[in-house]
Design a protein around this ligand. Structure first.
Ligand code: GAL
Length: 974
C-alpha cells in the first residue's frame, strides 16, 4: 500500500494537462483540408474553438486555469489575438516577458490539449485601444492597413517578433499546437493598396516560417479575401489558404438589461443562399469556417450593465439553436467570441468599452463557469465523441409532423451516419411543440419516436444521431442527444421531463438490467428499444447480444452537466460529480484526478484503473459499482469561506499639484510642434498639442499654458478623450470646471469641446497659467480602414492664441507595460506602487462625504488568508452594485499592487465590481490598494464605500505564483 501510495504520488505530480495535442515533440504533422473539414495527419477534425485574450488576464498561471476550463467544457481549440500595442511601448521596443510571455501561453495550450488559432493582426480590432495598434503608430504619415511603406515597415517589425514565437509552436513541426494563422482582421477595404498589403502579409509570415494554413476574417459575409481555389462570382481573391467570416446574429438585450426576443439562426453554409455573400459558399473547396461567431457581446460606458443578460440571451438555448444550425450547415471550424472575455485592465479599452470585457461569455470575468459553459460542454463532448460530424452532406429533406418544426438532415458519405437537427420553424419561435419525423437508415424506416413524445419547448434545437457505431454498440437512432462515450459507458441526455427513446441493434437478445431510473425495454427483431423520461439519472447495463457490455447513462441536462469527459493517458474517462475535472492520469493500480469542487460533491469514475483513486493529490476511498464505475464512498469537500477583510486604515493626499499657478513645469516637454499626422489638426498658426505627438499615448495627460495678457471671458478647449473621457481646467490655480464626453451610446463621441466662463477676477492683464488635465479613455479602433486611431488625444486646440504650452504624460511601466500608466502626478511619482511611503499622508475615512476638485489619492493595505488549495476570485466593489451609476461626479482609477485594474466612473457606470486576478493579488499575504479619485469637487462627489467581494470560490484551482510587482523603492531605484 505504501508503495502504491508513493507510485500514485509520483504519478500525480506529472504534468499539468491532459494528453497533449503535440504528444511527440519534433514529430512532424500534416495539416490538410478539403470542402468538409481540416485534416490533422489525415484525421478529420471539427474545430470547436473559444476566443481567449491573454492580455485580458494579467496573471500567466491563470491562463492555465482558463485553458483547462475550456478543455474541460469541450473545446478542442483556443483562438488568440495577439495585441501589438500590449507588447510595444515604442518603435523597435518589444516585451514578451512576464504577463506578456506568449511562449508560455502557447506552451500551456499544447500541454492542456488545445489546438491554437493564432491571430496576431497586425490589426485586431477587439475593442482594444487603437484596435491593437501601439500608440506610437498613430503618428505615422502613411495610411494604416495599406501598402504605405512606413506602415508596412512597422507591421513587419511586429510580425517578425510575434512570428518568431508563433513559429516555435506550430503543430506542423511538432513544436506545439498552432494549426491556423490569421492575417489581418476584417479588412473591409479591397483596393489595390489593400490587395498589395494582404499579399505582403502572406509573404511576410511565410518568410517568417509560418507554414500552417493562413486565412483572413471577413467582417460579415462579403466574400472578400477568398483563396485562389474559389471561382465564385463576386468574391475578392487574396493570398490565403482558407476563407473565414464572422457573425454576431444572436440578438441582444434591452437597455434595461432584460433579454430581447431571440433572432432566427442564419444558414451560412449547406442550407444557405450560396454565392459570394452566403458565408461558407464563398469558398466551396475549403471548410465552412466561422472565425468568430457570437459567444456574447461587449458593453459600453453608461449602459445599464448587460453582461448578465447577454449570458442569458446568448445562453443555452441560443447555443443549441445557432451553433447547432452552424454544424448542420457544415461549418466545421467554429470559434466562439468570447469564451473568456476577461478584463480590459489599465488603458487597454477602446472607447467603445469600459474595464470589464466579461462579454456574457461562457466563462465569466471572475473565471467562473456560467450555465452556458455547460451547454458548450454537452455540444463539445458530442463533437469529440462523434467524429463523423466532420464530414456531412445534405441528405433527403425531412418533413416533420408539425409545421412549427423543421429538421435539418445530413449524412456522412463514408459511414452513412445521419445527423437530424430539429428546431423551430422559424428558429426564433419559442413555442412548445410536439412532433414526429420519418427516419430511414439501412436498419429500417421508423416514425420517430415510436413511443412517447418528442418536443421542442422554448428556444431549442437538438443534435440527434442515427446509424452510428459507438462504444462497441450500433445505435439505430436516439431522440436523446449523445454526450460522451468513455470507460464502457455512454451518456445520453435531454431536456428535463421530456421523453427519450434509444434504439440499439444486436444479433441476439442482450441482457438488460435497469440499475436506476424508470426505463422500459422492448425487444423486437434485432432492435432493443429503450423508452424513458429524462429525469435525474437512469442507469441501464446491457450485456451480451453479440457486443461488448455497456452502461447507458440517461440523464436530464442538469444531471448530464455533472459529468466530465477527460482525456487520460490511456483514453478518455467519464467522471461524475465535481464542479470541474482538469486532468486525469491512470496507471495499473490507480487513477489520479485533479479538479474543483464548489460544494461537497460525489465522485464517480468510468474508465478508472484498479481501485486506487485520488483527487487533487489525496487518496479517496472508493468501491466498484454495478454501473461499471468506481465510486468514492464519501463526498469530496467544498471550499471554505475565505473571510475577506474590511478595508480600513486609509490615508489620503491631494494629487493635482500641476493646477497650482506656481508649479514648476520647467522639465516638461515644450508643446510647440507645427505639424501632426493626427486626423485632428489645430487651426492654422496654433501649435500641435495632441499627446501622441509628444510620446504620451495612454491615460491622463497634463498641459500648462503660459499666457501673457487679458484672458477672454470664455475659453474653449477642444480635446480628444475617447469613451467617457474628460477634461478639467484651472486658471491661475483656480478651478474652472470639468467637461465629460457624452456616454450611454454604443459608439460614443470621442472628442469634444469644453467651454468655461472665466470669472472677471481672473481675466486681468498679466502672466496667466492655464492648467489642463485630459483623461484619455482609449484610441479609436480603425475598423473602417480610415486611420480613425489617429484621432488626437489630449488637447487639440485652445482659444487662447499666443499661449506657450508644456505637456506631461505617463511613462511606460517597465514591468507592467505601456498600458498600465498615465500621467497623473501620483503615477509619475509612484504613489500607486507597493511600499510607497505614505505615512505622512492624512488618515482618511472612506466613504468620503466630499472631495476637492482634481485628483485625490487614497491608499491602504489589506491581508488575505485564502486557504491553500482554494481558488477564491476576489473583486473590488465601489459604491452600490445594485444601481448602474450613482450621482457622484467623480471617477476612480484602481491600482492593486501597482497594477491599474480599472476605472470606475460613478455618474456614468455601469461597472461597480472589478475582478482582481490572483497572482496580481496575493491570496496569502499583504496587498496594496491605491485609488486615484478625480472629482468635480464638493459634497457627494467623493469616494463611495469600497469593499472586497467574493466572486466565486472553489476548492482546487491551479497553483498561482505571484506576478512580479515591483514596489516604490525598486521602481524608482532599481
Ligand atoms: C468583430 C471583430 C472583433 C471584435 C468583435 C466584437 O467584428 O473581429 O475583433 O471587435 O467584432 O467584439
Amino acid at each position: 500500500m505504501r508503495f502504491l501510495a508513493v507510485a500514485l504520488a509520483l504519478l500525480m505530480s506529472v504534468g499539468v494537462g491532459a494528453a497533449p495535442v503535440a504528444a511527440e515533440p519534433a514529430a512532424r504533422h500534416q495539416i490538410g483540408f478539403d470542402k468538409y473539414s481540416l485534416t490533422l495527419d489525415g484525421r478529420r477534425q471539427v474545430i470547436w474553438s473559444g476566443e481567449f485574450h491573454p492580455y485580458r488576464l494579467p496573471s500567466p498561471d491563470l491562463w492555465l486555469d482558463v485553458l483547462q476550463k475550456m478543455k474541460a467544457t469541450g473545446y478542442n481549440a483556443v483562438s488568440v489575438y495577439f495585441d501589438w500595442g500590449y507588447h510595444s511601448p515604442a518603435p523597435g521596443v518589444y516585451d514578451f516577458t512576464g504577463v506578456r510571455d506568449m511562449d508560455r501561453l502557447l506552451d500551456l495550450a499544447a500541454r492542456v490539449g488545445l489546438y491554437v488559432i493564432a491571430r496576431p493582426g497586425p490589426y485586431i480590432n477587439a475593442e482594444a485601444t487603437g484596435g491593437g495598434f501601439p500608440g506610437w503608430l498613430s503618428t505615422q504619415a502613411g495610411r494604416a492597413r495599406s501598402d504605405a511603406p512606413d506602415y508596412l515597415a512597422a507591421a513587419d517589425e511586429w510580425l517578425t517578433r510575434i512570428d518568431r514565437i508563433i513559429a516555435r509552436h506550430q503543430y506542423t513541426d511538432g513544436g506545439g499546437s498552432v494549426i491556423l494563422y490569421q492575417i489581418e482582421n476584417e479588412l473591409s477595404a479591397t483596393g489595390t493598396s489593400q490587395q498589395n498589403y494582404v499579399a505582403h502579409l502572406h509573404d511576410k509570415v511565410r518568410a517568417d516560417g509560418i507554414d500552417v494554413p493562413v486565412f483572413h476574417n471577413d467582417k460579415g459575409r462579403n466574400g472578400i479575401w477568398v483563396p485562389a481555389s474559389s471561382d465564385v462570382p463576386g468574391t475578392v481573391p487574396g493570398k490565403v489558404d482558407l476563407y473565414a467570416f464572422d457573425g454576431y446574429p444572436g440578438g441582444s438585450c434591452h437597455t434595461d438589461g432584460t433579454p430581447g426576443s431571440p433572432n432566427a439562426a442564419p444558414d451560412w453554409g449547406l442550407y444557405g443562399p450560396g454565392g459570394a455573400k452566403g458565408g461558407a459558399s464563398a469558398s466551396p473547396n475549403t471548410p465552412g469556417f466561422a472565425a468568430e461567431f457570437g459567444g456574447g457581446w461587449f458593453d459600453y460606458w453608461g449602459s445599464n450593465g448587460t453582461y448578465p443578460c447577454t449570458a442569458v440571451r446568448e445562453g443555452p438555448g441560443y447555443e443549441r439553436v445557432f451553433y447547432g444550425t452552424n454544424l448542420a450547415n457544415g461549418l466545421t471550424i467554429q470559434n466562439f467570441y468570447m469564451t473568456f472575455g476577461g478584463t480590459s485592465w489599465g488603458w487597454l479599452p477602446a472607447p467603445v468599452v469600459y474595464t470589464s470585457y466579461d462579454y456574457g461569455a461562457a466563462i465569466d470575468e471572475a473565471r467562473q463557469l456560467r450555465p452556458k459553459a455547460l451547454t458548450m460542454k454537452e455540444m463539445g463532448y458530442l463533437i469529440a465523441t462523434v467524429p463523423q460530424l466532420s464530414t456531412m452532406d445534405r441528405a433527403a429533406a425531412v418533413t416533420p409532423s408539425s409545421a412549427a418544426v423543421k429538421v435539418y438532415h445530413n449524412a456522412n458519405p463514408d459511414t452513412g451516419t445521419q445527423l437530424y437537427v430539429p428546431t423551430h420553424s422559424p428558429s426564433n419561435a419559442t413555442t412548445d411543440d410536439t412532433f414526429t419525423f420519418p427516419l430511414s437508415t439501412p436498419d429500417g424506416s421508423f416514425t420517430v419516436p415510436q413511443a412517447g413524445t418528442l418536443r421542442l419547448n422554448g428556444q431549442d434545437a437538438k443534435l440527434l444521431l442515427a446509424d452510428l457505431d459507438l462504444a462497441g454498440q450500433h445505435l439505430v437512432y436516439s431522440t436523446s442527444e449523445i454526450m460522451a462515450a468513455a470507460g464502457g459507458a455512454v451518456l445520453l441526455h435531454g431536456r428535463p421531463g421530456e421523453d427519450g427513446e434509444t434504439v440499439l441493434r444486436y444479433t441476439t437478445k442482450p441482457r438488460v438490467d435497469v440499475l436506476a431510473g424508470d426505463v422500459t425495454a422492448t425487444w423486437s427483431g434485432h432492435d432493443l428499444r429503450l423508452d424513458y423520461r429524462h429525469d435525474g439519472l437512469a442507469r441501464v447495463r446491457i450485456s451480451g447480444g453479440g457486443r461488448s457490455d455497456v452502461t447507458l447513462l440517461l440523464a436530464d441536462d442538469a444531471t448530464a452537466d455533472t459529468f466530465w469527459r477527460v482525456d487520460g493517458n490511456s483514453g478518455p474517462l467519464l467522471v461524475r460529480g465535481p464542479d470541474l475535472v482538469r486532468t486525469a492520469r491512470t496507471w495499473l493500480g490507480g487513477t489520479a484526478l485533479t479538479g474543483d469542487t464548489k460544494r461537497p460533491t460525489d465522485l464517480e469514475v468510468w474508465g478508472a484503473r484498479g481501485l486506487l483513486l485520488s483527487w487533487n493529490g489525496a487518496l479517496v476511498p472508493a468501491v466498484p459499482t454495478r454501473s461499471g464505475s468506481l465510486r468514492a464512498v464519501t463526498q469530496l469537500p467544498g471550499p471554505v469561506d475565505p473571510r475577506l477583510p474590511a478595508l480600513t486604515g486609509w490615508r489620503t493626499a491631494p494629487g493635482s499639484p500641476e493646477a497650482a499657478s506656481g508649479y514648476d513645469d520647467s522639465t516638461w516637454a515644450v508643446a510647440d510642434r507645427t505639424a501632426t499626422n493626427s486626423t485632428t489638426k489645430p487651426p492654422a498658426g496654433q501649435p500641435v498639442l495632441t499627446a501622441d505627438d509628444y510620446g504620451f499615448s495612454t491615460g491622463d495627460v497634463w498641459y500648462r499654458g503660459h499666457y501673457q495678457g487679458v484672458v477672454p471671458d470664455q475659453l474653449s478647449l477642444r480635446y480628444g478623450g475617447g469613451g467617457a473621457g474628460m477634461l478639467q481646467a484651472w486658471l491661475d490655480g483656480q478651478y474652472l470646471g470639468e467637461n465629460v464626453l457624452p456616454s450611454a451610446l454604443a459608439s460614443p463621441p470621442t472628442t469634444g469641446t469644453a467651454t468655461f466662463t472665466v470669472p472677471e477676477s481672473l481675466r486681468g492683464d498679466g502672466p496667466h497659467v492655464l492648467s489642463v488635465m485630459v483623461r484619455d479613455d482609449g484610441h479609436n479602433e480603425d475598423g473602417g480602414v480610415n486611420d480613425a486611431h489617429k484621432e488626437g488625444r489630449g488637447l487639440i486646440s485652445v482659444t487662447l492664441n499666443g499661449t506657450s504650452w508644456r505637456i506631461q504624460g505617463g511613462r511606460p511601466d517597465p514591468v507592467r507595460g505601456p498600458l498600465n500608466s498615465g500621467g497623473l502626478a501620483g503615477e509619475r511619482d509612484g504613489w500607486h506602487l507597493p511600499g510607497f511611503p505614505d505615512r505622512d499622508w492624512a488618515p482618511a475615512t472612506v466613504p468620503a462625504a466630499t472631495a476637492d476638485p482634481g485628483t485625490t489619492w487614497y491608499r491602504t493595505t489589506f491581508d488575505l488568508r485564502v486557504p491553500a488549495g482554494q481558488d477564491t476570485s476576489v473583486g473590488l466593489t465601489i459604491g452600490d452594485p445594485g444601481r448602474p451609476r450613482s450621482g457622484g461626479h467623480y471617477r476612480a482609477l484602481i491600482f492593486v499592487n501597482g497594477w491599474n485594474l480599472g476605472q470606475y466612473i460613478a455618474d456614468v457606470g455601469p461597472q461597480h465590481t472589478f475582478a482582481l486576478p490572483t497572482g496580481i493579488l496575493d491570496p496569502h499575504g499583504r496587498n496594496t490598494l491605491a485609488i486615484a479619485v478625480t472629482s468635480d469637487g464638493g459634497p457627494g462627489n467623493g469616494l463611495e464605500n469600497v469593499t472586497l467581494t467574493n466572486l466565486g470560490s472553489a476548492r482546487g484551482g491551479v497553483p498561482v505564483h505571484l506576478v512580479t510587482s515591483p514596489g516604490y523603492r525598486c521602481q524608482s531605484l532599481c
